[in-house]
Every structure is written in C-alpha cells, then in structure tokens.
Design a protein around this ligand. Structure first.
Ligand code: ADP
Length: 920
C-alpha cells in the first residue's frame, strides 16, 4: 500500500479541532485513512450524555486517561519505530498496528501471562460486559490483534474512567413500528420486519450529538426503506446527521431491502452500506436451500447436512412425494416470500398441501430441544465484513425464543402455532406469553439469551462447547454455500473493498441431540425491542457492529482529498495484475529462499491484511469465526485452490484454472499472515477456548436497565364524546370523510378491537374477525393468508392468539397501504383535517364506531374498504345500532374475493385434522 494512504492529512486547510480529543475515534489518528468512529452504548444513558455535553466528550474522557498519557506516548514511539521497519509485520500485544497506535496505547498485560483467575475477579465469572469495547468501555483499545479476554486488563487500567462513566444502558431505546417496505414481493420475502411491540417506545430527549466528533466532521447517515428507532438513536447520540431524499452523499446507508446497483456502483471509498449485492442468495429461503443442496451434491451430504430436507413447490412436488414415501412426514410448509411465521402450516402428508402452492416445504424436526417442555429456537447475529477474503463474526450473545404452549409430539394439534412455531410475532398474542421485565433476567419468560441457554444446558451436563462449535460450523458452511455468486456480484459492482458489510439474522433450531439445524437467514434482522433484555442485547450488538465495521472519520474536505488519492492508488494497484504463471514462478522462488510470505503481498493484499487486523481490534462483542487458526484445515477443501473462492459449481472450478490473469488467493494470504509466521508461530489468539468462553459469559447483570414503555396516549373521554357529536353533526349535514380519514379511522378502530381480542378474547368477535379477514385479507399487500380456523371449533387461548396475529398482520399491511392516501389539503364538502385529527386524538372505540356507522349509513359508501370507483363494490349493509353493531356488520361489507375462494381450499386441510389423530 502506498504509504501516503496511511499518513495523516497534513493539508493545512483541513484544520480540525478534535485532533487531540480522539476518544471517539479509533484505529488511526484523525486524518489518517484508518480513523473510524467509535460507538458505545453508555452514551445512550441520558445522564452520561449530559455529562458529556457539559464538558464535551473528549474533555471528560481525557481527564480519566491523564495517567496513561505518558506511557502511551512512549509506547507509540516504540511501535512507530517498528512500524517503519515493516509495514505488514503482525502486531503482537505490544506491537500494534500503526494507524491505531498513533492515537494512544493502553499498556496491557500480555493476555498469555494473564492469570486465568483474573477472569474470576468479577462478580460474575461469565459476565460479558467486562469484555465489551463499545458497550461498557469508555475507551477503545488501539491495539492490533488482541486476544479476546485482554480487555479485562484494560478494564483495570481504565478503572478511573470506568467509574466516572458508569455503565448504564439506555432506558429509552424504543422499537420501530415496522419497516415501511414498499419493495416488491421478492424483497419483502427476505426482509425481516420488526416483530416487537409497537407500544414500547422511547421518549426522546435532548440529543447531545453536537458534542461528538462525528457531528463536527459532518458525518451523515441515510435510511432507506427501514426505520429502527434504536439505530437512529445510536446515530444521533453519536453526532451523525441524517440525510434524506435523493441526496446520496452519505457516510453510511442503512437499507431494509436489497440495494439498487447504481447506488452500489457509485460508492466512494469512505462510504459504507449494510448489504452486499445478491445477498438474497442466502436470505431467500428457496435460494438458501438450493445453494446448500448444491453443496451437498458437490461435497457430500455429511459435510453439508445443516438444513432439514427441503423442496421448493410446485416444481419439486413429485420429489416431495417420493421423499415422503421413503420417510413419512410431517412437513412444514412456508410461503417462499414471507417472514414472521406468516402463512406457515404443518402437514402430515404432502397431499394436504394445496396443489400449485408456491412454497418451501421442509421436513419437520419432531424432536426439538425444549426448555421446561417448551420448544425453542435461536436467533444469532452474524456479521460478514468481506466475502473475499471471507471474514465472518458471530455476535457473542443471541436470543432464544420459546413457544408459549408446551410441546407435545403426540398431540393432534399440529395446527397450534403457539406450540410449534417460536416466532415472537405469533406467541406475543398468547395470553400466557411472559416478557421478562428486567434486563438481568436472561432466563425468564419466553425470551432468553443464548448465554443463559448455554448455562442452562451446561447444568444438565450437555456439551455446550460442541454445540457452539457446531453452530459456528453451520454458519460458515451456509456462507460458503452462497458466497460464490455474491463474490462475483461484488467484483462486478462494488468499487471499493470496504464498502459493504452485512448483519444476518440466522434462525437455528437445535434438536434434542443438540444438533443445530439452519431454518433461515434473515436480511436486516429486526432491531425492534420489546423488553429490557432485548434493549441490552440489541444496543450492544449495534454499537459493536458499527465500531467493528468502521465508519471512516472523514470530514467532507478530507473525503475529497482521499477520493483523489484513492483513485490514484486504485489505478496503480490494478496495474499490478500479472499473469498467473509469472506470479506463481515468483512465489516458488521466494518459497525456495524461505522468504517471509508478506514480502510478496501486493498493495491490495496489504490493505486487506491491515484492515482485517484493525477490524479485529475493534470487534467488541463479536467473535471472529472465520478465519480462525484451523479454518484452512477445516474448510480449505471447499475453496478453489487458485483463488480461494468457495466453489459451489463444478464448472466454475475448471473455469478459474483457465484464466490467464492472476487469481489472488486472499483467503490463504490472510490466514497465513494472521496465523502462521514462517509457518511456525501462531500469532492470533482467537482460539476455540477463547471463543467458547465468550459465548458462555452472561451479559452484564449488575447494572440497572430502566425500560420505558410508551405512556398510553392520554385520551380525554369527555372531549372524545364532544368531538364525536361535532363530527356526527357534520356528517349528517353532508360532509364526508376523505379516503385517508376513513382509512385512518378504520385502522385505529381495528387496533382497539385487536387490543380487546388479546386482553379479553370473545369467541363471537374472533369469528367475526375471521369471517372478515377470510373475505378481505387478500386485498392488502402482501395478502394476509390464513387457514380457515372456523373448523377448529374449540375456542382456546391459542386460537385467540392466531386470530390476533392475523388481525395484527392485516392491520400492518392496511396501514402501509393507507400511506398512499395521505392528503394534506382540505377539500370542499369534506371534513377539515385539523378538526378531524383532534377527534381521532381523543376518540374511543365506541366514538370511532359511531362515526364509521353514520358515515356508511348516510353516504352509502365505504371509503375505508373500497375506492369509490372500484368495480365489485358491494352495497352497504344496514348497520345495526348499539355497541359493536359496526363490528357485526363488518363481514357483510365485503365481497368474497377470488383470494378467499383460493383460501377456502385449505378448509380440507383443517377438516383432515378433525378426522385423523396426528402423531408427530
Ligand atoms: P419465518 O421466516 O416465517 O419466521 P421460519 O423458517 O423461521 O419462518 O420458521 C418459523 C418457525 O417455525 C421457527 O421459529 C421454528 O420454530 C419453526 N420451524 C421452521 N422450520 C422448522 C422445521 N423444519 N422443523 C421444526 N420447526 C420448524
């Protein structure tokens, strides 16, 4: 790498006041190419933010580190000296990567010398928080490769500052109300929308981001088709500024859907985006299974037996029947384009699946791991920062989701989603669902942490070490199976090495023999939070992710400077491409002489190596699972021997050998340089034992985590009644609701009904809602599909939960569709919007019902259901007066659509359950 790229800017015109105060910047001195922002969860705490804003962030922290300053300078000089002798030599604990050491170094005890008992000096030996960079540390080490537990020593060094900034997580992280996805069905299928409760929210306060370096540097972020309050909050308190619209001058683009290729193509070196092109190869259920199946054929079933046997219908219907005749069901049927447990059902035999169903059908795992009798599954967070070379991290903490109803494999209740599906979005509607109300309760209720599960299993003498190694193996193999086409897309479209990163949500089911099975990989895993525990896990996850990925700390002036340098650098590094034969000769020569491998590194390879090390030093709670010391031994066979790319098609393997251009083998290069010095010395301490230790530690338990629920909107009943009278009068006098107002009224009304269904289920109201949805559920996008549950005669908590879930899904889609009707102008003959909004603010269910009833009876139209000029609009039915009269009339307001007729096919499916007893 040209040394100029590592140098701090000397351009006098770029004068930046944070030059010395760089506690929120790491990996390099401000102005150097490596400098990136630091994210920490502690400043989500309003008290800490206040302190920082009073003193300014840097001042507050520099006081705490005064003592170390001298040592840092000494050490810095020493490292810089070493640096100048070899820019690519591996950093040991004292030798650190130059970019980062330019700012400061904390003298750490060599972790190898660390007494193992050091780990036990904390109140809880499994306490995760002590080793966190971003969530608890007030300072991020600028060291290079650093062993997983070394930050404990740093913790001691920084005791003063730790005390000064007591760690508390934010009380006021809130959950997003869901993605506003207007993406086509394909995109929606791979995007996970938030499953968490909309009522949990943040009461926002004075953001103190203006004191942060990111604010001074004018660092910007942009959301596209996504909205997570947690992320927005993190960005804002760290001083990043949101940009909107067509402006693409962002530092970070966070999208909820796949990215447009023209945006990717034009990314500047300092820009980051949260997806790789063609990620759908992994995140679409059907693509994932096909990619893994290909690897099973190519590499052998025993190596890729990581997913339940799966068929994509209708194409593979016959294969499914053949498989069923060999090994009988049950089978779980999932729409190819859906998430959150929507449209999933379980059948005992393929003939119970409607013909022509477009679905993914998997063998149902009948013997899942149960906790206290409840089926559970696991959500783990996987960060890929590069596909070539492959760099995969697994976040140390995950979420375990439990089904509400006890699992019973001999029951005739395959229909019961609250027993067989662990999705939060289904189980939250069950009246027995328990939310933990304390962040320290990691094994309470129906959501646990991964570490709590591991500790629980360990107590039962289960081999949790092997379980975690198997989970790592599953993740690596899934990524290997899908990597090839993502890599070719990256080569085609991504202009700079560091532009893309991606956080995937892996859903894993563990069976009772502790074998993990991959169920699916989620694009944009939900960052919604519904409990203090969620808040803690996800805040730490996001802060650590942003620090690890590294948002370059460049001001706009610096950007243009780097843009110029970078393009010069790229063009010169491109010229380095040589023919394969010439370079292989060179390699052979140098091997004979026993020359260190890094002498052969190209500029690009040096950049990759340097970047991998710096990233590793910022990893926080992420555990790097690829590369590790034995990754080449374990997975080398699945990589092309010439270019190191994971091979999933036999043809490509032969093609790559024919190419005359040098195929860089970045995977091999990285592994060699991280783990073997002259083939002898191991330099990275990312050992198996370290990784397992990290997974098993609990999240911090001694810190109070206030969690604020959104205060119920204060409605004034009297005012509501008064405004209702006003509205009724206007309607009687001929005023009409605009389509937007009518739809708004209808959705708020259905929300009240939904609340009642969950709090106080009523059999007849459930039936009315089902009837309505059966006819009308197909008219929203995406349609709310369901099986006709009227055949399940017995009212039960599980049935109530199913109905509530359906209504919840319908409402979400209906509200999204309503956005298309927004109308900010008042029209003649219509009710003025300001007066109507006042009414909506205070209206209770009965007020909304009264307005909808009168409007329908007087106008003879139903703008909340149909456009005025729509074809098949049924005549309005007479709406009975009295409480819930509107609700009772609702099913007769809609016609049976084609969709409903389609869905009625499922009646047979449910009837078959009535007849036969099903044994799993
Ligand atoms: P979605 O994307 O709609 O959430 P998933 O594939 O994650 O769909 O499945 C939803 C739930 O169904 C999971 O939480 C899991 O409990 C259950 N499940 C999915 N596939 C299987 C399977 N093959 N065997 C047993 N249970 C499964």
């Amino acid at each position: 790498m040209p040394s100029s790229l590592c140098e701090p800017l000397t351009n006098s015109s770029i004068n930046f006041e944070y030059q010395k105060n760089d506690d929120w910047i790491t990996s390099g001195k401000l102005g150097s190419r490596e400098a990136v922002l630091v994210f920490r969860t502690n400043i989500l705490n309003p008290k800490i933010r206040k302190t920082l804003s009073e003193k300014s962030s840097a001042q507050a922290l520099s006081e705490a580190k005064d003592n170390e300053e001298e040592q840092s300078v000494e050490c810095q000089k020493e490292v810089e000296q070493k640096e100048s002798t070899s820019s690519t030599s591996e950093p040991s604990n004292k030798e650190a990567v130059s970019g980062s050491t330019q700012q400061k170094i904390y003298l750490l005890k060599n972790p190898q010398q660390c007494d193992k008992s050091d780990k036990l000096t904390f109140s809880n030996p499994f306490n995760k928080i002590v080793n966190r960079y971003s969530s608890s540390d007030t300072s991020i080490s600028s060291e290079g490769e650093e062993p997983a537990h070394s930050s404990e020593s740093k913790l001691r060094v920084l005791k003063t500052s730790q005390n000064a900034i007591n760690i508390k997580l934010a009380a006021d992280i809130s959950k997003e109300s869901g993605y506003e996805s207007t993406a086509p069905a394909k995109s929606i299928s791979c995007t996970e929308v938030s499953e968490e409760d909309p009522e949990v929210t943040s009461e926002d306060d004075d953001e103190c981001g203006i004191h942060m370096p990111a604010f001074k540097l004018k660092i910007t972020y942009k959301f596209h088709q996504t909205e997570t309050k947690l992320l927005r909050k993190l960005f804002n308190v760290h001083g990043l500024t949101e940009i909107q619209g067509e402006n693409n001058n962002f530092n970070l683009l966070w999208t909820g859907v796949h990215m447009k290729l023209d945006i990717v193509r034009n990314l500047a070196p300092y820009q980051r985006v949260n997806h790789f092109p063609r990620s759908y190869e992994m995140t679409r259920k059907d693509r994932l299974y096909k990619n893994i199946e290909r690897m099973q054929h190519l590499r052998g079933m025993k190596h890729f037996d990581i997913v339940p046997q799966t068929f994509v219908l209708p194409i593979e219907s016959r294969d499914l029947v053949v498989a069923h005749n060999k090994h009988r069901g049950p089978w779980i049927v999932k729409p190819a384009a859906s998430s959150r447990g929507r449209g999933i059902f379980i059948v005992n035999s393929p003939d119970q699946i409607p013909q022509d169903e477009q679905a993914v059908v998997s063998k149902y795992i009948v013997d899942p791991l149960c906790i206290d009798g409840h089926k559970c599954d696991l959500r783990v967070y996987v960060l890929v920062t590069s596909f070539d070379p492959l760099i995969i991290y697994l976040f140390e903490e995950g979420i375990v989701r439990l089904a509400t109803v006890k699992y019973d494999r001999h029951a005739d209740n395959l229909w019961n989603p609250c027993m067989h599906l662990c999705n939060y979005s289904i189980n939250k509607y069950h009246s027995d669902y328990i939310r933990s109300s304390d962040a320290q309760d990691e094994d309470v209720g129906h959501k646990w942490t991964l570490s709590a599960l591991l500790r629980h299993l360990k107590l039962q003498s289960c081999d949790t070490r092997q379980l975690m190694l198997n989970i790592e193996d599953l993740i690596i193999k899934a990524v290997l199976a899908c990597a090839q086409s993502i890599i070719s897309a990256c080569r085609m479209f991504v202009p700079n090495g560091n532009n893309c990163f991606e956080l995937y949500g892996f859903d894993i089911l563990i069976d009772n023999a502790l074998k993990p099975w991959l169920l699916e990989v989620n694009l944009s895993p939900s960052m919604g939070v519904d409990s203090p525990l969620d808040t803690k896990v996800k805040s730490c996850l996001m802060a650590d992710l942003l620090t690890c990925v590294g948002i370059p700390a460049y001001s706009p002036e610096m950007r243009s400077h780097y843009d110029q340098k970078w393009s010069r650098f790229r063009s010169s590094s491109c010229q380095r491409l040589a023919t394969y034969s010439s370079v292989s000769q060179k390699t052979k020569k140098s091997k004979k002489k026993g020359a260190p491998i890094n002498l052969n590194l190209t500029g690009e390879e040096q950049r990759i190596l340097r970047n991998a090390r710096l990233q590793y030093s910022r990893r926080g709670g992420f555990v790097r699972i690829f590369p590790t010391d034995d990754s080449m031994q374990r997975y080398g066979n699945f990589l092309d021997s010439a270019n190191g790319i994971p091979i999933s098609t036999p043809t490509v393997q032969s093609q790559t050998f024919q190419t005359p251009i040098l195929q860089h083998n970045y995977n091999q290069m990285l592994h060699q340089n991280l783990y073997c010095k002259d083939g002898r010395q191991k330099l990275d301490d990312n050992s198996e034992a370290d990784r397992i230790w990290q997974y098993e530690r609990a999240l911090e338990t001694d810190s109070e985590i206030p969690f604020v629920k959104k205060p119920a909107v204060e409605k004034c009943e009297v005012e509501g009644r008064r405004l209702r009278k006003v509205m009724l009068k206007k309607i009687s006098n001929g005023s009409e609701l605009t389509p937007f107002q009518a739809r708004q009224t209808f959705s708020i009304y259905l929300e009240s009904v939904l609340r009642r269904l969950t709090e106080d289920p009523k059999d007849n109201h459930e039936k009315i809602i089902l009837k309505f949805l059966n006819k009308f559920g197909g008219s929203v996008k995406p349609p709310v599909l369901f099986r006709n549950m009227q055949t399940i005669k017995v009212a039960s908590k599980a049935r109530s939960a199913m109905v509530a879930k359906l209504l919840g899904d319908f409402l979400e889609n209906y509200k999204r569709d309503t956005e298309a009707y927004v109308d900010s102008f008042d029209h003649f003959g219509m009710i003025p919007s300001s007066a109507y909004n006042q009414f909506l603010m205070h209206a209770q269910e009965s007020d909304l019902e009264a307005v909808l009833t009168l409007h329908t009876n007087v106008t003879g139209i139903m703008p909340f259901l149909y456009n005025r000029c729509g074809l098949s609009v049924p005549p309005t039915p007479p709406i009975p007066s009295g409480l819930h009269g509107f609700l009772r009339a609702l099913p007769s307001m809609v016609t049976s659509s084609g969709m409903a007729r389609e869905l009625s096919k499922y009646d047979g499916y449910f009837k078959s359950y009535d007849k036969e007893k099903i044994f799993l």
